[in-house]
Design a protein around this ligand. Structure first.
Ligand code: 13P
Length: 258
């Protein structure tokens, strides 16, 4: 059985002070025996202080991005080893905002290099995929997802894929308040698993945890998580407040009947 995984992507929010307050509140309220795995993904400058804040708790740390080279003249970038040194377990790769919003955007080939570098270093990638609204309306959702999975995971062996996390985040649902319906999300997740089964095999496809992301809130988490192929969520806005984030963790526990 896949252990549900809820991660908070803080994006470029918080100050050191408010980040500490949020983690303190989560520490107080998350029980040791929480059946859901929980991670926070703070902005890079806060990784080290947040690592200290979550030390000794069940809360795992993830980064929001990474460069794929070990070292070099890459001004402003962060290496896999630097993330490990900060205590990261996870690294989000290929997030929609990195593909479509920031600079000229990242393509599947670059994201694939990052996935390889993360795995080689011992980090677990959270590979983000998702279609834009025009692609959905043109009936291209499945082909877009297939291309992003095949491109992002090219050359990655089955055992490493099985231990990785994929986040399905429809671009039109991110930060918009528009959530995929449970049926739409389940359909996309089942497609992702079918592509993985075709690329690898059924056990590998069944092992991969697939998070849903895009306007997940305490009020819709439970219903989303009743769907069999949703294994938790990658949460943006609602991960910035302890009440909301805890509400989503609770909704996940209820949806999965844990
Ligand atoms: P929102 O939850 O704010 O829609 O963001 C989702 C997301 O992009 C998480 O990575």
């Amino acid at each position: 059985m896949r252990r549900p995984f809820v991660a908070g992507n803080w994006k470029m929010y918080k100050t050191l002070q408010t980040a500490r307050e949020l983690v303190d509140a989560l520490r107080e309220r998350l029980t040791e025996d929480c059946p859901v795995e929980v991670a926070i993904c703070p902005p890079a400058p806060y990784l080290l202080p947040m690592q200290r804040a979550v030390d000794g708790t069940q809360i795992r740390l993830g980064a929001q991005n990474m460069w794929h080279e070990k070292e070099g003249a890459f001004t402003g970038e962060v290496s896999p080893q630097m993330l490990l040194d900060c205590g990261c377990t996870y690294v989000i790769l290929g997030h929609s905002e990195r593909r479509h919003t920031i600079g000229k955007g990242e393509d599947d080939a670059l994201i694939n290099k990052k996935v390889h570098a993360a795995i080689e270093a011992g980090l677990t990638p959270i590979l983000c995929i998702g279609e834009k609204i025009d692609q959905r309306e043109a009936g291209k959702t499945e082909s877009v997802l297939t291309e992003q999975i095949k491109g992002g995971l090219a050359g990655v062996p089955a055992d490493k894929v099985a231990a990785s996390v994929i986040a399905y985040e429809p671009v039109w649902a991110i930060g918009t308040g528009l959530t995929a319906t449970p049926a739409q999300a389940q359909e996309a997740h089942a497609h992702v698993r079918a592509v993985l089964a075709q690329m690898y095999d059924e056990p590998t496809a069944q092992a991969v945890r697939i998070q849903y992301g895009g306007s997940v809130k305490p009020g819709n988490a439970e219903e989303l998580m009743t769907q069999p192929d949703l294994d938790g969520g990658l949460i943006g806005g609602a991960s910035l407040k302890a009440d909301d984030f805890m509400g989503i963790i609770k909704g996940t526990i209820q949806g999965k009947k844990l």
